[in-house]
Design a protein around this ligand. Structure first.
Ligand SMILES: *[C@@H]1O[C@H](CO)[C@@H](O)[C@H](O)[C@H]1NC(C)=O
Ligand SMILES: *[C@@H]1O[C@H](CO)[C@@H](O)[C@H](O)[C@H]1NC(C)=O
Ligand SMILES: *[C@@H]1O[C@H](CO)[C@@H](O)[C@H](O)[C@H]1NC(C)=O
Ligand SMILES: *[C@@H]1O[C@H](CO)[C@@H](O)[C@H](O)[C@H]1NC(C)=O
Ligand SMILES: *[C@@H]1O[C@H](CO)[C@@H](O)[C@H](O)[C@H]1NC(C)=O
Ligand SMILES: *[C@@H]1O[C@H](CO)[C@@H](O)[C@H](O)[C@H]1NC(C)=O
Length: 476
């Protein structure tokens, strides 16, 4: 009892030492300093805590993806997977797309350089499925839940640190997924994911569940244990609706909780997702889902074309994608918000930062009915009733990285709901490539920006930079 008490009250100081690499910071936790009189604990600590962490560099090679698909959805949905699979130079990704049976046009799926291989799921007819509530449910949920087990079972465990799961309409941003998983030690048990945007969905399925379409990650150490108990566990949950609920149930039975990463997006929304994409959380963008159910994210483009456009920005600076930076033009009393690589907004008045970072409700709710359906799991605000208080919206036109390393992204005026508001035609944004080290990933801080004098008429120029130590993002 006494030593347990001591362990609980012993303060440990852990120093982080950083060496950055191209994919993930190498982190070494060097010293564990015990305060107080640790004599009785010495042995315990020297064996398990003193060198708590060794050198680790997690790269995309350490990840394995398990993608849930089907014979009927794959021919169309593979266009989504092509957007992100093997698009990072010099890296070959690992994983499988799980289908019930092989699609007819099998040859079309065999190009290893642009798509993952297809794996046929095992038979799951022996498992019971009894869900009969809202929506009726589909027993394929069992097959999809077992993608977790089959992905792990088919792979050799060496050099795998994380298993990442998603649907065939989940768009991952792989470099950001790697960066984010670097924060966690894969040798410990982690279940990393996100809730739905819809309060009703989250309330119904559980705040502790990683929504499957958003994508979630399981550390290899947890995965190897999970697969051993998986079938016996899901037998006990025939009444659950989805695949993700089954995975959640079994991980919960192992005593593990969800580590929330708000960069995963289930996108349980309909209509125009602009508000969500224009006010992303500070953490990197990890995924987008349900692209069939929302309008194309750029106007005047098809769904796929619009996504290709977003991935052009991801190629130039993956980590900065959708990062929201806000600056103020004191002379004009404007508030300018940039969601890097996607859109810029000019509010023709002063808005405080806490107001600008609220998500504008440009979208509709996912499910019909009750007031609960129109509540969200993040801060929202209604569009202003006065069109002249709504922002003028500029969408990404193009971007490039110069030889000096400076990245220029141009945003062109597209939507203006008030003719009396004067706004430039183009907003030109200068930034440098965002390279978050482990410390910054653990404790991210928003960047600042300045409105620069522009030499070109009808163009506004903005430079993004790190904020000064005590700088406040405000009109001042
Ligand atoms: C990528 O591969 C090319 C050709 O194989 C090689 O020249 C280049 O150095 C590699 N780049 C990196 C960053 O490894
Ligand atoms: C696979 O895709 C790559 C890139 O699109 C293309 O260059 C190559 O010709 C394709 N290979 C086959 C066998 O279709
Ligand atoms: C796993 O390892 C075995 C033996 O080394 C090998 O035959 C097999 O192809 C490997 N499987 C995968 C998916 O890499
Ligand atoms: C990029 O966009 C800017 C502003 O919209 C435009 O002036 C420029 O010509 C474009 N550059 C390219 C290479 O298309
Ligand atoms: C869409 O394209 C049409 C025709 O090219 C153009 O007139 C319109 O301004 C565009 N709309 C937006 C929002 O860019
Ligand atoms: C705002 O303007 C866009 C086109 O510029 C138009 O499609 C949209 O309906 C307008 N919205 C409102 C609320 O007036």
């Amino acid at each position: 009892m006494q030593s347990l008490h001591k362990i609980a009250t012993t303060q440990t100081l852990i120093n982080l030492v950083l060496v950055s690499s191209s994919f993930c910071a190498i982190y070494i936790l060097v010293s564990v300093v015990l305060l107080g009189t640790p004599s009785k604990l010495e042995n315990l600590h020297s064996s398990s805590h003193n060198v708590y962490e060794s050198k680790t560099t997690t790269t995309l090679d350490h990840l394995v993806f398990g993608i849930a698909s089907s014979r009927s959805s794959w021919p169309k949905r593979k266009e989504y997977v092509k957007l992100w699979w093997n698009t990072i130079r010099n890296t070959t990704m690992r994983g499988c797309v799980f289908v019930d049976t092989l699609p007819q046009d099998k040859d079309n799926n065999n190009n290893a350089s642009t798509l993952p291989p297809l794996c046929v799921s095992q038979d799951t007819s022996r498992f019971r499925y009894t869900y009969s509530g809202w929506g009726g449910g589909m027993r394929s949920a069992i097959r999809v839940a077992r993608v977790v087990k089959e992905t792990v079972a088919r792979m050799n465990h060496s050099h795998i640190r994380w298993y990442v799961f998603g649907d065939d309409d989940t768009l991952f941003f792989p470099q950001n997924v790697v960066k984010t998983l670097c924060k966690y030690d894969h040798r410990l048990w982690y279940y990393v994911g996100a809730n739905s945007e819809s309060y009703k969905q989250t309330w119904f399925f559980g705040f502790g569940m990683g929504f499957g379409g958003a994508g979630f990650a399981i550390s290899s150490s947890l995965a190897t244990v999970l697969v051993k108990v998986f079938d016996s566990c899901i037998e006990r949950y025939p009444e659950l609706y989805g695949s993700d609920a089954r995975v959640y149930a079994c991980i919960t039975e192992l005593g593990v909780g969800l580590t929330h990463e708000p960069g995963f997006h289930q996108v349980d929304l309909r209509g125009n997702a602009f508000g969500l994409l224009a006010a992303h959380p500070l953490t990197p963008l990890l995924s987008l889902h349900h692209l069939d159910n929302i309008d194309p994210i750029f106007p005047n483009m098809t769904i796929i074309k619009a996504l290709q456009h977003l991935y052009e920005a991801a190629k130039v600076d993956s980590q900065r994608l959708l990062q929201q930076t806000v600056c103020y033009d004191k002379r004009l009393s404007w508030t300018i918000s940039v969601s890097w690589g996607y859109a810029a907004q000019v509010f023709h008045n002063h808005l405080s930062l806490p107001d600008v970072v609220r998500v504008q409700k440009t979208f509709k709710h996912w499910t019909r009915g009750t007031a609960l359906a129109d509540q969200f799991t993040f801060d929202t605000k209604e569009l202003h009733t006065d069109p002249c208080r709504r922002p003028t919206i500029f969408y990404l036109e193009n971007l490039s990285r110069g030889e000096d390393g400076i990245i220029i992204s141009n945003y062109r005026k597209s939507i203006q709901n008030c003719s009396s508001n004067v706004a430039p035609e183009v907003i030109r944004v200068a930034s440098s490539k965002l390279e978050l080290g482990i410390k910054q990933l653990l404790a991210q801080r928003r960047h600042c920006c300045d409105v620069l004098p522009s030499s070109v008429s009808d163009q506004m120029e903005i430079a993004i930079r790190e904020c000064k130590e005590d700088e406040l993002i405000s009109m001042q």
